[in-house]
Structures are given as structure tokens and as C-alpha cells.
Design a protein around this ligand. Structure first.
Ligand SMILES: [Zn+2]
Length: 244
């Protein structure tokens, strides 16, 4: 990080303190935050709040609790990596509930298809993260915040493909092998219509598999380790955390 950023960040931390009352109110709502209440995380959250910009869609009022709840969850994955891992964009757009986006695609006959997708979150390459507050606050099946911010990490080295920039010393082949094997087995189970532990949405694309496993890694680390030991190991090396 540049000296100017460094200086600005030191100043933010000097001038701002975490509102502990607000923090506790948020931590009460999110189990995995309760387990992760370090000063390091709180400092990172203060920087995140200073550098990112929240906007409510359709006049939705983004309260301090909402800002903090999103910031704390977004910062957990980068607690040991630093805020520069969310570089290159600024905005977080919060919708009150799921939102529609218009999709278009051209098929091989040159016919353009248009349809609406209903989403709980979306991470735009080079642009904002868009979230449904209803899903972030109330959907126990997913962690849409960790999910979308995992996509942001994945996009740091180009199109989201399930492989974020790995650290020096990490073995790219080991990552690809662990994820490819787990992904194949998972897609196979989904194809056969079996009940899966992970959200079947993870079968959509390797980038979705990475995002969904990142949610599981932070929220249910023991079970993730038991079911996907090799993927767990790679995520542990990447996030530089041992949540279990
Ligand atoms: Zn996704």
C-alpha cells in the first residue's frame, strides 16, 4: 500500500473508535461474528467504513446497524489479508429485498434472449457490490455478504473463475485439484437430484463453488473441514485463517 493510503488509514484509526454498543448489537445477530471479535477485525471494519460508500436503492435507508453488519462480515475474509484486497471499487448498494436484473444473451443462431434474474446479491467487476438486506439479515441458508465479497477477491485477477490470486508459496495445482475434484463430485450429486449439504447453486460455475465454500468455511468450518478437507486446507492457506 502507498504511503498516502498508509498515512490516511493511521489517521482514521487515531480519530475513530468502534461504537461497542453498536458492535454488540450486530454481533448478537450473527453467530460467526460473535466468535471473531478481535481488535484487528474492528480496526479493519473502521477502515472499511471510511473507504467504502454505502447507498440505499429505491430510497432504502441504510442505518448504522446495516452498515456495520455488512462491513463486519465483508471484513472477516480479509482480516489477515488487508483492505487492499478490496481495491479498485468503492460502492456497496443495498436493496431492501431481492432485486431484479435484466439479462441478455445471444445464442448460436444470433437470437438475443432477454430475461429477468432475481438476485440476493451481485458483485460487479470493477464496480459496486449489490446486496439484498433481507437476504443478508434473514436468510439462514446463505451468507450473501461473504459470498459476494468472495467474488470480489476472485475478480482481482480477471474474470471470476474460482481461483483468486494465490499467495507466494501456495501451489496453484493443489488448489485446482482440490477444487476440481470437489466440484465434480458436487455437480454429480446435484445432477442426480441428491440432497446436498451446500446450496445447489454452487454447481452453477466454479466461481460460485468457491464463493459458496467460502461462506461455509467461515460459518461452518468444522463441517467444511470434515466434508471437504482438501478444499478447507486451500481456503485456510488463502484466507490465512483457521476458523475451526
Ligand atoms: Zn455468486
Amino acid at each position: 500500500m502507498g504511503w498516502l493510503t498508509d498515512w490516511k488509514r493511521k489517521r482514521v484509526l487515531k480519530k475513530h473508535r468502534m461504537d461497542e454498543h453498536l458492535w454488540n448489537a450486530v454481533a448478537r445477530e450473527f453467530d460467526f461474528l460473535r466468535r471473531n471479535q478481535s481488535q484487528k477485525l474492528k480496526d479493519l471494519v473502521l477502515l472499511f467504513l471510511a473507504e467504502k460508500e454505502f447507498a440505499g436503492a429505491h430510497g432504502f435507508a441504510v442505518t448504522d446497524v446495516i452498515r456495520l453488519a455488512i462491513a463486519a462480515q465483508a471484513c472477516l475474509p480479509i482480516r489477515e489479508l488487508g483492505l487492499d484486497w478490496y481495491r479498485g471499487w468503492r460502492g456497496i448498494v443495498v436493496y431492501p429485498g431481492d432485486f431484479k436484473v435484466r439479462r441478455t444473451a445471444t445464442d448460436e443462431d444470433g437470437v438475443v434472449h432477454e430475461w429477468d434474474d432475481e438476485l440476493a446479491g451481485e458483485a460487479m467487476p470493477g464496480g459496486p457490490v449489490v446486496l439484498s438486506w433481507d437476504a443478508a439479515a434473514h436468510d439462514a441458508q446463505i451468507n450473501v455478504v461473504v459470498h459476494e465479497f468472495a467474488h470480489k477477491l476472485d475478480m482481482l485477477n480477471g474474470e471470476a473463475n474460482g481461483v483468486p490470486p494465490l499467495h507466494a508459496g501456495m501451489d496453484r495445482r493443489a488448489w485446482q485439484k482440490a477444487f476440481a475434484e470437489a466440484y465434480e463430485g458436487f455437480c454429480d450429486a446435484v445432477d442426480r437430484g441428491r440432497d446436498t449439504w451446500l446450496d445447489p447453486y454452487a454447481a452453477e460455475h466454479p466461481s460460485e463453488f468457491f464463493a459458496v465454500l467460502s461462506e461455509a468455511f467461515f460459518e461452518q468450518p468444522a463441517e467444511t473441514k470434515r466434508r471437504y478437507p482438501e478444499v478447507y486446507d486451500q481456503l485456510r492457506l488463502f484466507y490465512r485463517q483457521e476458523p475451526k
